[in-house]
Write a protein that binds this ligand. Structure first.
Ligand SMILES: *Cc1c(COP(=O)(O)O)cnc(C)c1O
Length: 372
């Protein structure tokens, strides 16, 4: 099946008793037992499991081609639960250019608790190899990276991880399963912030972990998910499932617009640099063509000048909303260094852009007047 068909059918299970094409949202927190004290279905209590959440989890596993999917209340809750499955003394290898919340969890929560971690440039395979130690359990990749859109060679990094007995996790939030299939590149776990492209409308927070195999790690994470309850509500699960139905069409349209916007900006005299995987001079062009089905709809722009020029530019925009986050139907722009705070290493003239579903010509006209 092609992705679009799968996205529709994985989220489409008409309800058998009423024939409702769209199944109801099961808000119930608890499930009845019969006279013999037996449960009538597969559910007991909503923290460990709920029909609406289970439908979403099956769909997430199907989209990535994994054995099991688990839904969480946010991307960060998903990441946190994976790290909770490790033991004090274990080591995590993480990219220098990663979503800032991932190292923040390692530093502020798991370091005091006994996990160690190292940050490395994941595009440098020699550095990756020499940073994997005998206690390394997880090599955490994020590609394209945030906010520099660097590309990690997932096949090579997962090989290095496996040689050392570690697993390779891929944060696939930016690429989505439409563009990148980490399990085909030998990764073991896929993480998503479903807040972004998967739900797609900037109206629900969610996260996911998908496991290639239903192994001991997957079982441990399932136990932690049920024990902690860091899960999305049934209504949130339903919204995320609804978003999945249009993921392919949204992303392809957003990606085509992102290409036009990037092509326009790259030649603009007020722009110093455009980071976008679809540009012919991207340093990882060959790797992008090998491991992705397209460049995605995220780009970063470095304007000429510093923070003042960058902030002045976005202040003049009319169609781009100045806000953090990404993957919704409306175009967003943000001065990343301001969001990341004083420890940020992001260039101060960098603006991160999430392209939405507006018409490309209108977005380019808006950028032109703001850069003039
Ligand atoms: C947003 C994001 C996260 C965190 O997800 P939340 O849903 O905000 O907790 C993790 N990784 C990437 C790449 C993200 O963009």
């Amino acid at each position: 099946m092609h992705f679009d068909t799968l996205a529709l059918h994985a989220t489409h299970q008409p309800e058998s008793t009423t024939g409702a094409v769209i199944p109801p949202i099961y808000l119930s927190t608890t499930f009845e037992r019969n006279e013999a004290n037996e449960l009538t279905g597969d559910f007991t209590y909503t923290r460990p499991n709920n029909p609406t959440r289970e439908a979403l989890e099956h769909a997430l596993a199907a989209l990535e081609g994994g054995a099991v999917g688990m839904a969480f209340g946010s991307g960060q809750a998903a990441t946190m639960t994976l790290f909770q499955a490790l033991r004090p003394g274990d080591h995590v290898l993480l990219s220098t250019d990663a979503y800032y919340g991932t190292p923040a969890l390692l530093e502020q929560v798991f370091h005091p608790w006994g996990l160690t971690y190292t940050r490395v440039d994941m595009t440098d395979l020699n550095a990756v190899e020499s940073s994997i130690h005998e206690n390394t359990r997880v090599v955490w990749c994020e590609t394209p990276s945030n906010p520099m859109l660097a590309i990690t060679d997932l096949l090579s990094v997962s090989r290095l991880a496996h040689e050392a007995g570690a697993i390779c996790v891929c944060d696939n939030t930016w690429a989505t399963p439409v563009l990148q299939r980490p399990f085909d590149l030998n990764c073991d776990v896929v993480m998503h912030s479903t807040t972004k492209y998967i739900s797609g409308h900037s109206d629900v927070l969610g996260g996911a972990l998908i496991f290639k195999r239903n192994d001991a790690l997957a079982e441990r994470v399932r136990t932690l998910q049920g024990l902690s309850g860091a899960v999305p509500s049934p209504f949130d699960c339903w919204l995320i499932s609804r978003g999945i139905k249009t993921l392919g069409v949204r992303l392809r349209s957003q990606m085509a617009t992102a290409q036009l916007v990037a092509d326009y900006l790259v030649d603009h005299p007020a722009v110093e640099h455009v980071h976008f995987p679809g540009l012919p001079n991207h340093p990882d062009r060959a790797l992008i063509q090998q491991q992705m089905n397209g460049p995605g709809a995220m780009l970063s722009i470095q304007v000429k000048g510093g923070a003042a020029e960058a902030i002045q530019f976005i202040g003049k925009l009319k169609l781009f909303t100045r806000a953090t986050s990404l993957g919704g139907v409306e175009s967003l722009i943000e001065h990343r260094a301001s969001v990341e705070g004083p420890t940020s290493t992001t260039p101060v003239n960098l603006l991160r852009v999430s392209i939405g579903l507006e018409h490309a010509e209108d977005l380019i006209t808006d950028l032109a007047q703001a850069l003039a």
